[in-house]
Structures are given as C-alpha cells and as structure tokens.
Design a protein around this ligand. Structure first.
Ligand SMILES: *[C@@H]1O[C@H](CO)[C@@H](O)[C@H](O)[C@H]1NC(C)=O
Ligand SMILES: *[C@@H]1O[C@H](CO)[C@@H](O)[C@H](O)[C@H]1NC(C)=O
Ligand SMILES: *[C@@H]1O[C@H](CO)[C@@H](O)[C@H](O)[C@H]1NC(C)=O
Ligand SMILES: *[C@@H]1O[C@H](CO)[C@@H](O)[C@H](O)[C@H]1NC(C)=O
Length: 412
C-alpha cells in the first residue's frame, strides 16, 4: 500500500522495488573481452588475442600492476566463445579444453588471488550469439556449474531465444542464481532484445531481477557508434532514468576508450557521458597495448568519482542545440551529485572547435553561486566561479567535451 501510493505521488522520491543481492550499489567497473577481442579463437594465428586463460591472466595481472584495480575496476569478465561446442556426457557446460586447459575454477581462483572478481557469459536461448551451447533447457544445471566455478558476475545474452518470454525466463534464471547462495551480479540483455524487436520491456520488472541491463544495440569501435548510443539513450531517457539506482543500472554498453576508433577527445566524451549516466564502466581494450593518454582517461579519479557518486542518480541530456542555433550540434549532459553538487558534460559534436556560452537555465542549474572544477584538468585548469546572473563561456575541442563539477559556494 505504502509503495503503490508512493509511486502514484512521486516516482522519484520512492525507492523502487529492486533486486536485493547486495551487489552493484554503485555502477560496476571492470573489463569485458567482447569489443576488443570478440570471438577470436585461433590461438595459433593470434596467440595474444584469442579468448583464453592466457588473455584473462595477463589482463588480471595488468589490472593490478597498472593501477586499474586500485582506481575501482573490479570485474574481469569473459564474453562469448569460451565454451566447447558440445556439453559433456552428463550434460554439463565445458570450457574450451585447449584454450582453458585448467578449467574455469582454476582461472577464477587466479583472478580472485589478484583481489579481483570473476565474470562469465552465457545466453538465455538455445545457443550463444556465436553458436555455443546456451542455457535453455539446462538452467538448473548451468546455474550450478557457474556458481561452482566461483563466478561473481554473469552476462546473460539473448540470442536464439523467444524475446516475448524473456520477462519470465530472465527472472526465473535470476532465482536459480540466487538459490546457489553465491552473490552473482546479474547483467541482463533482456530489455535490449525486446527494444530492438519493437516490444516494450517492463523496466520495473527488469530492475527487480537484474543488477544491470543492456538497453540498446552493441556499441562498436567508432565515434559514430558512441554518438548513436548517446542519441538513443538521450531520446529515451524519460522512460529509463528513473529505474537506475543503487543495485540496478541501465547499461549503454562497454567503454570504447583506448581502441583505434576514438581520438583522445572522443574518448573523453564517452567517459564523461558514461559518468553522467551512472553507467557500468566496463573497459574492453588490450591493457598491454593501451596508450598513456587513454589510460589516463580510464584512471581519472575525478571522473570515476562522478560515475560512482553515492546519490546513485542517473543524469540526463538537458539541453541540445538546434542545427540553426547559435551553437550548433552541442549537448549538455547533467547529473545531480551528493552535497548539492552537479556534474555537467558539455559536448561538441562538430569537427571544429567552438566557443559557446550558456545560461544557468540552459545548464539546468539552480541560480546560485558555484565553484567550478575542470575534471579533465584538475590542478592545471583554471578554477572558475559562476554567479547567478552570469553566463558560462567555454571553448570545446572538435568532437570533444568539457567536463565540469559545480559546487555550491555560499558567498563569502
Ligand atoms: C537472494 O534473494 C534474497 C531475497 O531478495 C536476498 O535477501 C539474498 O541476499 C539473495 N541471495 C543471494 C546469494 O543473491
Ligand atoms: C511490470 O512489472 C511490475 C513489477 O513486476 C508489475 O507490477 C507490473 O504489473 C508490470 N506491468 C505490466 C504492464 O505488465
Ligand atoms: C582547482 O581545484 C582543485 C580541487 O579543489 C585543486 O586540486 C586544484 O589544484 C585547483 N587548481 C588550481 C589551478 O587552483
Ligand atoms: C551580477 O550581480 C552583481 C551583484 O548583484 C553585480 O555587481 C554584477 O555587475 C552583475 N553582473 C552582471 C554580468 O550582470
């Protein structure tokens, strides 16, 4: 009664019913193999890139030695293509014997020994997207196998499946994971498969069953792809944002940062907007090859702090220029933070630099006095202040961003 009243009066002020497994109280951070390594299985031709024990161990070592773990990146997750094509005679899933010669439990122990968490991938349907065995028809067995290997995170994809039945099947599998007694972060692809098929996912039900959930198509290694995901999320934010909160988050997909498809400025845009969105921060990059300027973006503590802000409120695209307006192709993304602070990402989509001026109203900032920090240039950037009757003028790089934190500063 109290809860339903609460929803009628104001959705925002009420805690929504949500999965309670104690996980993902802030958006999960980690590494996922897919975007960078895909379904590379030929270890003779590509020994450093194939989905294998060696890749996972090497990545785990680098997560620690290069400071990613200490910055908050916790999960190391194998995506598709880790399986043998057939189950064993008892019907159990088997990891590829050549690429994972010591089996998944040994690999999970290795990852845990580094102070990291271990994630795996399966599919709700009869096959994974790349054609390996899915869980359909073997749910109980498979939940048991996955838990017995000591996983902490499961990405459950939705290929080769009945999309209409996902609203029943995904929660049911979540119950089986719960029944194993092992807390496992549950990453669902259910809404994405329903959205792309023109159905209307029940996001209340999704947030009750999943810790994170993919909304839209896979992100790819390009600026155009990052922009199109931002556009989709922005266009659908009114139906999505209220379902995000501690324990349950929308997932616009992996960070492309560090791969060939984005410049440094474009990588800064993605990291800033994903921080605003309270999105999972799952890198997908070869940590042995990443260039220092991209590593610096992934390890930027001030930006990570915005993503991990304890208020747990997903930010919004609050302003968008018209092509004909005085600053074409610009967007402002805004997130409310704890202690009355605000994070704002000012994005320039043009291929030339722009100088733009914004009012408090355009920035959706209450008309107060603020101290401003430039989150990509702490220490070197000029700290500014902003008064209620002043406008903010910024110069933004081509396909780049200025990412600022605004702190209320009562007048001295
Ligand atoms: C299982 O679900 C119950 C009820 O939501 C919750 O209290 C418990 O922590 C969950 N256990 C695991 C292992 O996820
Ligand atoms: C959506 O899910 C919620 C929570 O499970 C449920 O109460 C509600 O009836 C569902 N809505 C629809 C339209 O099915
Ligand atoms: C700006 O503020 C930040 C955080 O308070 C501080 O670390 C930095 O040194 C300041 N930068 C300048 C140029 O004063
Ligand atoms: C803003 O207000 C202050 C004090 O009220 C005044 O001194 C200042 O000139 C105003 N600035 C602008 C740009 O109007």
């Amino acid at each position: 009664m109290l809860i339903s009243l609460c929803i009628f009066v104001s959705g925002l002020l009420c805690p929504i019913l949500a999965l309670d497994n104690g996980l993902a109280l802030t958006p999960p951070m980690g590494w996922l193999s897919w975007l960078r390594f895909g379904c590379t299985i030929d270890c003779d031709a590509k020994p450093k890139e194939c989905i294998s024990e060696n890749l996972i161990k090497r990545t785990a070592d680098l997560m620690v030695s290069e400071g990613y773990r200490d910055a908050g990146y916790q999960y190391i997750t194998i995506d598709d293509c880790w399986l043998e094509k057939t189950r064993d005679p008892e019907g159990r899933l088997v990891a590829d014997r050549r690429r994972f010669p010591n089996g998944m439990k040994a690999l999970s122990d290795y990852v845990h020994s580094k102070g990291l968490q271990f994630g795996m991938y399966e599919d709700y349907g009869t096959k994974t997207c790349e054609g390996y065995p899915g869980i359909k028809g073997n749910e109980l067995f498979d939940a048991d196998s996955l838990a017995s290997w000591g996983i902490d995170y499961l990405k459950l994809d939705g290929c080769f499946a009945d999309v209409h039945g996902m609203g029943v099947g995904y929660p049911a599998f979540g119950q089986l994971l719960n029944a194993t007694g092992r807390p496992i972060l549950y990453a669902c692809s259910w809404p994405m498969f329903q959205e792309v098929n023109g159905l209307h996912p029940n996001y209340s039900a999704v947030a009750e069953s999943c810790n994170i959930w993919r909304n839209w198509v896979d992100i790819r290694n390009s600026w155009a792809s990052v922009l199109s995901v931002m556009k989709w999320i922005g266009n659908h934010q009114d139906k999505l944002a209220s379902f995000a909160g501690p324990g349950h988050w929308n997932d616009p997909d992996m960070l492309v940062v560090g791969n060939s498809g984005l410049t440094v400025d474009q990588a800064q845009v993605q990291m800033a907007v994903w921080a605003i969105l309270a999105a999972p921060l799952m890198m997908s990059v070869d940590l042995a090859e990443i260039q220092p300027e991209f590593k610096q973006i992934l390890l930027n503590r001030a930006v990570i702090a915005v993503n991990q802000d304890k208020l747990g409120k997903q930010g919004l695209r609050v302003w968008r220029s018209k092509i004909t307006s005085r600053h074409p192709h610009q967007e402002i993304w805004h997130r409310e933070l704890t202690e009355g602070a605000h994070a704002l990402a000012f994005v320039n989509g043009l291929t030339h630099a722009v100088t733009v001026t914004y009012t408090h109203e355009e920035m959706k900032l209450p008309p107060l006095d603020y101290d401003i920090q430039d989150l990509y240039n702490l220490g070197t950037g000029i700290n500014q202040s902003l008064k209620p009757n002043e406008t903010l003028t910024l110069r933004i790089n081509p396909t780049g961003v200025k990412f600022y934190k605004f702190k209320y500063s009562p007048q001295k």
